[in-house]
Design a binder for this molecule. Structure first.
Ligand code: SAM
Length: 241
């Protein structure tokens, strides 16, 4: 390796570390209970997944849930996918040096495009991902691609923003969430930008629709274990064949 390459590797590491820190700082001030969601996910899976179980992490982002799950169960191994190669590069940097790095494969792709041998998982997570997908068959395709990679009876932890779009309850909770962010010291301009991002990019469906999508994809009815403003956390199980 040349001196120039070493320098650019160091710059890349610093860049990714800084981006990861910015993402992590922001997401914790925007999503109440972000860390609790990850640690609760580990607890919800703990009894259902064998000590040496294989867990599929769909939309791994910057790797925070990989660290949390790796700590929850030191014997689990992970296959993580995310189509955003930049996010996965950050995840790779973040888990470097942690024991979970030895037990984790990172794939820069959609769940549907994972290698065929990535199947028969003991559990899956899909946290804060599906609400960005339109309900035009795309949400269903994602859930089906997870179901077909799970063993029958295996659990899925799904965390998604959910509510009936435009309903009074949606409006009430959205307003409260924005106030919470302002109280957390986020700049009002950023809060307004965030609201526009949610209104533009999140494809809300009510809980009844989430349940129907899970059913059609081959999962049982979800049990609701987490709620923070519009963010819900659910466990559902792949139906037996
Ligand atoms: C808000 S981040 C959540 C990351 C992580 N799960 C967490 O809890 O912090 C959403 C991630 O989902 C990824 N994503 C978007 N569409 C996806 C899809 N169809 N399959 C898998 N990941 C997807 C995005 O690239 C992004 O990294």
């Amino acid at each position: 390796m040349t001196a120039d390459t070493r320098t650019s590797d160091r710059d890349r590491d610093t860049f990714h570390a800084n981006r990861a820190k910015r993402y992590d700082d922001t997401i914790r001030r925007v999503i109440p209970g972000y860390d609790a969601l990850h640690s609760m996910t580990g607890v919800m899976l703990k009894d259902a997944v064998p000590a040496d179980g294989r867990v599929l992490v769909v939309g791994a982002g910057t790797g925070a849930e990989l660290l949390a799950l790796g700590q929850a169960a030191p014997g689990w191994s992970f296959t993580a996918c995310d189509p955003a190669a930049g996010m996965l590069a950050i995840a790779e940097d973040r888990i470097k040096g942690h024991p979970v790095a030895e037990r984790c494969g990172l794939h820069p792709c959609l769940c549907a495009d994972l290698p065929a041998e990535e199947t028969a998982f003991d559990a899956a997570t899909c946290l804060l991902v599906m609400h960005f997908l339109p309900d035009d068959g795309t949400k269903l395709t994602l859930l089906k691609s997870i179901a077909e990679r799970l063993k029958p009876g295996a659990p899925l932890i799904l965390a998604d923003m959910h509510e009936t779009p435009g309903s009074p309850r949606h409006q009430l909770i959205m307003d409260a969430w924005m106030h919470w962010q302002l109280g957390n010291g986020i700049d009002p301009v950023e809060v307004e930008k965030g609201r526009r991002h949610v209104e533009r990019d999140v494809h809300f469906v009510p809980l009844s629709r989430l349940t129907a999508l899970l059913d059609e994809a081959g999962f049982t009815a979800p049990e609701h274990f987490f709620q923070a403003f519009l963010f819900g956390g659910f466990i559902a199980w792949r139906k037996e064949d």
